[in-house]
Design a protein around this ligand. Structure first.
Ligand code: C5P
Length: 227
């Protein structure tokens, strides 16, 4: 079998990573969550106080970018890659609503994108990879053999994300989550560098009315055809 690159892009909280993980497992491919990389840089900037509710010192972040090391490490218990920020496993910390509130501003910085895209590109040289994000089919791997663009109504997406987040933080409200999902989509789609766009040759998947199983079967079929 030939190995291919599968690029999965789309709006926030559309379940890209869920299906990407299922697909990688079924095909024995590597899964890369590029959102985790932008989230890890965001966490770094938050800890340094470069970004907060009403400020963002972009120049300070750019200055320290060379000091930020992002890597993945497979958790032997789950087989899933977790993100390391300068050697520290931050897989849980990067999933909070706080990080979600700042990440799109960080991801709009060209120097941040340049650094991470270079690294993502390296990870795909041997193919056999499923990568999810916002610019994978348009910028990172414009020649990917299979490109998917996932979407669903904002209401459906916020409901799913709310149920996930509420387990860990009981103070979270549905309205906060909905606002964040809509806000991130807006910033991600309107930024100058690598805006979120459906690639011309991407297949659109609207999963508002699909079960996880139905969606997985559809996508696995597409992958098998592409391989
Ligand atoms: O995929 P996830 O929702 O974790 O991504 C978090 C944020 O990271 C996105 O809202 C977007 O601002 C940014 N991102 C990006 N390009 C990617 C992946 C994520 O700009 N390839």
């Amino acid at each position: 079998d030939k190995k291919i690159i599968i690029a999965i892009d789309g709006h926030s909280s559309t379940g890209k990573s869920t299906v990407a993980k299922q697909l990688a497992k079924a095909l024995q491919y590597i899964y890369v969550d590029t959102g985790a990389m932008y989230r890890a840089v965001t966490l770094y900037a938050m800890r340094k106080g470069f970004i907060g509710a009403d400020h963002f010192e972009e120049d300070k972040l750019e200055e320290v970018l060379p000091e930020i090391n992002i890597r993945f490490e497979v958790n032997p218990k789950t087989g899933i890659a977790e993100v390391l920020l300068n050697g520290e496993n931050v897989e849980h910390e990067i999933r909070t609503l706080d990080v979600s509130k700042h990440v799109s501003k960080i991801a709009a910085v060209s120097q941040v994108r340049k650094k991470l895209v270079e690294q993502q590109h390296q990870m795909g040289v041997e193919k056999g990879i499923v990568m999810d994000g916002r610019d994978i089919g348009t910028v990172v791997f414009p020649k990917a053999e299979l490109k998917l663009f996932m979407t669903a109504t904002a209401k459906d997406r916020a409901e799913r994300r709310f149920l996930e987040l509420k387990v860990r933080d009981e103070n979270i409200t549905y309205e906060d989550v909905l606002k964040n999902v809509v806000n991130r989509d807006h910033i991600d789609s309107t930024r100058k560098d690598s805006p979120l766009r459906q690639a011309g040759d991407a297949i659109k998947i609207d999963n508002s009315n699909l079960t996880l199983q139905e969606q997985f079967e559809q996508i696995l079929q597409l992958a098998k055809t592409a391989i």
